[in-house]
Design a protein around this ligand. Structure first.
Ligand SMILES: Cc1cc2nc3c(=O)[nH]c(=O)nc-3n(C[C@H](O)[C@H](O)[C@H](O)COP(=O)(O)OP(=O)(O)OC[C@H]3O[C@@H](n4cnc5c(N)ncnc54)[C@H](O)[C@@H]3O)c2cc1C
Ligand code: SF4
Length: 537
């Protein structure tokens, strides 16, 4: 076993770990990041070849259980109607993400005050705005200012003009206009033009298996190259088994397995966890010691509790005319926040957003047609699929989940990864509020498709594979009895331990979380820098 000492140890090199590492780099401290995955070369991405949809079902599957790469860990999600989706590599799940990049609404940080459910966050929209804007520049976010769904002041800043709507987007926009519903060009972490050494999007449409062009802002092409140039040490194929604690109850480093499966020890003065809403509670719960017999930083008993997803409904319209849905990023074109805030008349609290989806590739069109009962395997299959190819447009309803302690991540008593580290188990039940919200969203989605001119509509709700927004399992707050970390990500129980990923969310909002995850990581990094002198007080 070898041993080195770092000033700061970051665990996880995904969306949050990268932003934090970049920010801390300017301190010239010895910052080391341990990441269980490796670098994904653009030449290894499925999008460079025509069999990309086949690889999406195999080594680039959303589910770590199906992918089963050596760097993946299994997740027991048998007790959840929503399966876990993530990726383990430099860049983390941003390698696969759709890069739809909206910000939370001001009300999302004040849900208890506004709607009497959930809890308020210990910080607000105004405090995060500078970090959202910084993240916009660092990730190269494309979008259009002036969205009436957000406050005019402080304004949302974008680095680039929005992604084009395309024929499909214009078709759905006409539907929204006919109904008089809000829509706006999406905030997208995709470079609509060349940006800071990254080539602009060429509309190849394979974002969900990675972007060989480098236009999609996965953090392996945004934050990491700069962080490494500035001196951060990134160790790949380094899988952390546990965070260790000294005699004083402070975190003092980690034990990990290197690429050869050899156990290594890294000592550190400050430890920061960025392993996502599943990997973080797993690591904390696996880090048991005399000081923390129930898992590190878990005196509140809340580590792993309050898991939130975004229950998804997908509404797909089948049109008579070609929509050129293959041209452009599949999840980034337009969004609607018409049903975002609570309206008591709808029979549920909080709300949902719509995110436009472009068309599917031929394999997905066929599979979706079969699942939707529109086409069948066997004779006549091709004749059934042909009228759907490039004739479908979709929208995803992203529903706000409410935190419930019974929805949780625990340690599976039997399952382990390839290094023998105990694996997480997810227990999740769709709430009555979410069910009603999904029903409402599906009904509105069908209305939209009709208004846009669709001749047929297919729906899926909840979407089984949609466990890709992982939040709430180490929530922030001011009271150590009801939260795990404070308003700058510091664990109440361990003063030199921080958490920066979606685990620290108090509420889920009704938009994709990654912009907020990274804005929070930048805020935490800034707070650490400002408090360096008294971190251990
Ligand atoms: C298919 C898909 C589509 C998505 N689309 C969107 C979208 O359009 N918009 C959006 O906002 N979000 C989207 N997301 C979600 C987005 O990717 C995540 O919110 C974001 O990446 C989370 O950032 P993170 O830093 O918390 O975790 P991740 O990015 O998942 O990174 C965590 C990292 O920690 C590493 N790690 C975990 N445990 C250990 C350990 N024990 N030792 C060492 N390393 C470890 C992992 O290998 C991983 O690289 C999508 C995700 C998927 C899978
Ligand atoms: S559509 Fe654009 S962002 Fe997506 S993979 Fe293609 S080039 Fe990359």
């Amino acid at each position: 076993m070898s041993e080195t000492v770092a000033d700061v140890l970051i665990i996880g090199a995904g969306a949050s770990g990268a932003a934090l590492a970049w920010s801390l780099a300017e301190t010239r401290m010895h910052v080391v990041c341990l990441e269980q995955g490796g670098w994904i070369e653009s030449s290894d991405l499925p999008g460079i070849a025509t069999d990309w949809e086949v690889r999406q079902a195999a080594d680039f599957n959303f589910s770590p259980n199906t992918r089963g790469r050596p760097e993946d860990y299994p997740v027991n999600d048998a007790e959840s109607p929503i399966a876990i989706s993530m990726f383990n590599a430099v860049g983390g799940s941003t390698i696969l993400y759709a890069a739809h990049f909206p910000r939370f609404h001001p009300s999302d940080f004040r849900v208890r005050t506004v709607d009497g459910v959930g809890d308020d966050w210990p910080l607000d929209y105004e405090q995060l705005t500078p970090w959202y804007n910084l993240n916009s520049r660092m990730m190269g976010v494309s979008g259009l200012t002036g969205d009436p769904a957000y406050p005019a002041d402080p304004p949302k800043e974008f680095a680039l003009p929005p992604i084009r709507l395309g024929r499909l987007g214009e078709t759905l926009a006409r539907g929204f206009n006919r109904l008089g519903w809000h829509w706006w060009p999406s905030d997208s972490a995709i470079a609509s033009e060349d940006y800071e050494g990254r080539a602009g999007c060429i509309n190849a449409g394979t974002c969900l298996v990675g972007c060989p062009q480098g236009a999609k802002a996965s953090t392996d092409v945004t934050y990491w190259p700069i962080a490494i140039r500035r001196g951060v040490e990134l160790r790949t194929r380094a899988r952390v088994r546990e965070i260790t604690v000294g005699p004083d109850g402070m975190a003092d480093g980690a034990v990990y397995y290197d690429a050869d499966g050899v156990e290594q020890r890294l000592r550190a003065h400050v430890v920061i966890v960025a392993c996502n809403g599943i990997g973080t509670p797993r690591l904390l719960l696996n880090s048991r010691s005399k000081h923390f017999p129930d898992g590190l930083a878990n005196r509140s008993g809340l580590v792993g509790k309050n898991l939130m997803f975004h229950p998804y409904g997908i509404i797909t319209g089948v049109f008579d005319e070609a929509l050129e849905g293959y041209k452009g990023p599949p999840g980034c074109s337009l969004m609607s926040h018409e049903f975002y805030e609570t309206d008591a008349a709808r029979g549920f609290v909080r709300g949902y957003s719509f995110e436009m989806l472009r068309g599917f590739g031929p394999v997905s069109t066929a599979l979706y047609g079969v699942a939707g009962g529109r086409v069948f395997p066997g004779p006549g299959h091709h004749e059934g699929v042909a009228p759907m190819i490039d004739r479908t447009a979709g929208i995803a309803a992203i529903c706000e989940d409410l935190a419930e302690p019974e929805n949780c991540v625990t340690i599976d008593p039997e399952l382990t990864d390839s290094d023998g580290i105990p694996a997480p188990k997810v227990t999740y039940r769709l709430s009555e509020n979410s069910r009603r919200m999904l029903d409402h969203a599906v009904a509105r989605g069908k209305e939209l498709m009709e208004a846009a001119g669709a001749r047929d509509t297919l729906t899926q709700a909840p979407l089984m594979m949609a466990g890709w927004h992982l939040m709430g399992t180490a929530r922030m707050g001011t009271d150590p009895r009801t939260s795990v970390v404070n308003d700058w990500g510091r664990a109440h129980d361990v003063k030199n331990l921080f958490i920066v990923d979606g685990s620290i969310f108090v509420t889920a909002a009704a938009v994709n979380p990654t912009n907020t995850i990274q804005a929070l990581a930048l805020h935490v990094a800034d707070s650490i820098k400002r408090n360096l002198g008294n971190l251990f007080d």
